[in-house]
Design a protein around this ligand. Sequence first.
Ligand SMILES: CC(C)(COP(=O)(O)OP(=O)(O)OC[C@H]1O[C@@H](n2cnc3c(N)ncnc32)[C@H](O)[C@@H]1OP(=O)(O)O)[C@@H](O)C(=O)NCCC(=O)NCCS
Length: 210
Amino acid sequence: MRPRDSPSQHQMDRCYGQARRRERGRERACGGVRGAQPLGMIMTELAKRPTESITEMVQVVLPNDANPLGFILGGTVMHLIDIAGAIAAHRHARSVLVTAAVDGLQFLHPIRVGDLIILRGRVTATWNTSLEVEVEVFSEETLTGRRQLTSLAYLTFVAVDRDSHRVAIPHLILETDDDRRRAAEAEVRRASRLQARQALELRRTSAANQ
Ligand SMILES: CC(C)(COP(=O)(O)OP(=O)(O)OC[C@H]1O[C@@H](n2cnc3c(N)ncnc32)[C@H](O)[C@@H]1OP(=O)(O)O)[C@@H](O)C(=O)NCCC(=O)NCCS
């Protein structure tokens, strides 16, 4: 199946199952070592466009979600970002995923009880076993419809199987200049995330040696 054929979900699921079976066959041929064979071809077959993962969640802010000032709690927003990001990531990967990183998060203005919180997620880049999702958060005043961007989050998810082995992720088809710009920016963020991870690993090992 060529990635540009716009396959139906049923076709994609069937293709995914076939690719998985082929992948398992190759793994068996390699003594069960996952990823020992190049999976690039399979992941190209399963490739998806960023638009296929776009996810929008809308929720009204209720008193239970708020602090004593009547503003949504930061933790509630973070939870919703994780959910919206995970749904977008699952739509792309169709695999079990764990959250590996969430980039620095800012809250530009409060969202009040009674307003709507809108989260829009999409996959921006994929690598071997990981992918990045961008989640934009907006507030919308129910009475006026005024919409404002309040936060922008980048989450990295890693695909794993039930035994926690990493598994390959389908490629992302970059068709538009906007897709390519987002993917190039994601590469820069990935480099700094991996540096931050390395620094944390160093700290962990030096703390363990004390
Ligand atoms: C995320 C996790 C699976 C990575 O495991 P690991 O053994 O370090 O894996 P690797 O070093 O082989 O990395 C696997 C992939 O994740 C990426 N990755 C790992 N940590 C990352 C980070 N902090 N930021 C960005 N990418 C990261 C690697 O670059 C690699 O990507 P690639 O295969 O696409 O090139 C592991 O650290 C983990 O399980 N963390 C806990 C996850 C969790 O509990 N999350 C919250 C609840 S879901």
